[in-house]
Design a protein around this ligand. Structure first.
Ligand code: FDA
Length: 390
């Protein structure tokens, strides 16, 4: 057994894109280390044992992109359904079609408005506060969409997401709150959208399916004493690291803060529980933020009748042992991150990437796009032309 040309830490979309490109285009032998018992990172999915319904284990994943390069690339490994994401939201005993649009405005205010009438109404309500004078998230939101829409559709949901009263949250968290003055209720406005026909795990597995790629599961880069542990291989082989950047440096500058979500799955003995894939809950006294019903992501599939799986989602700050999901990104976090970036630049033979390695929320297409750029701009020049890695 010979040593690999490249070690990739983490088998999410970022790590697998790097591994696939280096193996296929440069013929490198790539070893991927993954500490979980499965590959794929947070996009991993599996069939619920009782119903066979594909469950996105780390939260619902909808693929969308306007990036042609990324779209061409991902289509090498999977085809996509024509699924279009739409989200509904409960508030005070009614269901509204999100995002905020003319339909929601008409329903909420109890009468029909032309686009111009709705625009004038919201502008008048928003004039209560000047945007430049907003000192917290609540004031900022009211200055953008007015108090009635804020109180119904932003306040409770935001308070639950952040476990913090919106008057105590920074105004910077939101820059815009888009309202559509038409009936368009598609969630994404990217050029391409769909779900992988045979699921995320099949797609991710195909990316790693190359004779030059080995994926070692249940292998933590930082666990001491194995053949490819950090202590042993740092400085001896090029590494692409997609784990948490603070963890790499032993949290020397302090831990970066994250939000996590708790997902509670349950089988319901009905064909259809809520009539859509995602229902948001805007009322503050309902503890969950959303309910997902996964069978609606693939209406083209055949399911056993009389059963469905739903997942309640709860949002909270991550503790040390929780899965990090969304960067909190406070001023202190940003300061720490700058220090980690300096350290990362100086780390010989290691490139940092992906959402954990850069402390950035990245959609899948962004993680893939950024890995393709790292391959073109850093790895290919290094391996094909002998350029320095950094
Ligand atoms: P990812 O986290 O997927 O992979 C990193 C891997 O590294 C993990 O498998 C981890 O176990 C491993 N690892 C870390 N440290 C290690 C170590 N020391 N040793 C070995 N392995 C280690 N995107 C989108 O486009 N549409 C969507 O709808 C959603 N929805 C969504 C919901 C939720 C709740 C979240 C949290 C995220 C999304 N996303 C999304 C974003 C999507 O999950 C994200 O783009 C990809 O996970 C990014 O892939 P990465 O490879 O960067 O990280």
């Amino acid at each position: 057994e010979s040593t690999p040309d490249l070690v990739v830490v983490g088998s999410g979309f970022f790590g697998l894109t790097i591994a696939e490109r280096c193996a296929t285009e440069l013929g490198l032998r790539v070893l991927v280390l993954e500490r979980r018992h499965h590959l794929g990172g947070n996009a991993y999915s599996e069939a619920d044992p009782e119903t066979g319904i594909e469950m996105h284990v780390y939260g619902a994943h909808l693929f969308h992109t306007s990036n042609e390069k990324v779209w061409d690339y991902v289509n090498r490994f999977t085809s996509f359904t024509n699924y279009q994401h739409r989200v509904f939201g409960q508030y005070d005993g009614q269901v509204y079609s999100l995002p905020m649009n003319l339909g929601l405005i008409n329903q909420f205010f109890g009468r029909s408005h032309t686009p111009d009438e709705a625009r004038a109404l919201i502008a008048e309500q928003a004039s209560e506060i000047e945007t430049s004078e907003a000192t917290n998230l609540e004031e900022k939101a009211i200055s953008l969409i007015g108090r009635p829409l804020y109180e119904a559709f932003i306040k409770g949901y935001t308070a639950k997401q952040w476990q913090t009263d919106p008057t105590k949250l920074s105004a910077d968290i939101i820059t815009r709150l888009p309202v559509r003055y038409n009936f368009d209720n598609r969630w994404f406005n990217d050029k391409y959208e769909g779900l992988p026909v045979d699921g995320y795990t099949a797609w991710l597995t195909r990316m790693a399916d190359h004779p030059n790629i080995e994926v070692r599961l249940e292998t933590d880069f930082f666990a001491p004493g194995h053949e490819y542990s950090a202590d042993t291989i740092k400085g001896t082989v090029p590494i692409v690291y997609t784990g948490p950047v603070d963890e790499y440096f032993g949290n020397s500058e302090g831990r970066l803060s994250w939000r996590t979500v708790d997902l509670e799955a349950e089988v319901k003995h009905v064909d259809d529980f809520q009539g859509c894939a995602v229902m948001n809950y805007n009322d503050q006294d309902v503890p969950w933020t959303r309910i997902h019903e996964f069978k609606h992501f693939h209406p083209e599939r055949t399911y056993i009748s009389g059963k469905t799986v739903i997942v309640h989602e709860y949002s909270r700050f991550a503790e040390d042992d929780d899965e990090p999901y969304y960067p909190v990104n406070t001023a202190e976090d940003r300061e720490k991150l700058l220090k980690y970036r300096e350290l990362a630049k100086k780390e010989p033979m290691v490139l940092f990437g992906g959402r954990l390695g850069t402390y950035k929320y990245l959609d899948m297409h962004m993680a893939i796009g950024s890995a393709l750029s790292m391959f073109e701009n850093k790895l290919k020049p290094h391996f094909a032309e002998g350029a320095a890695l950094h």
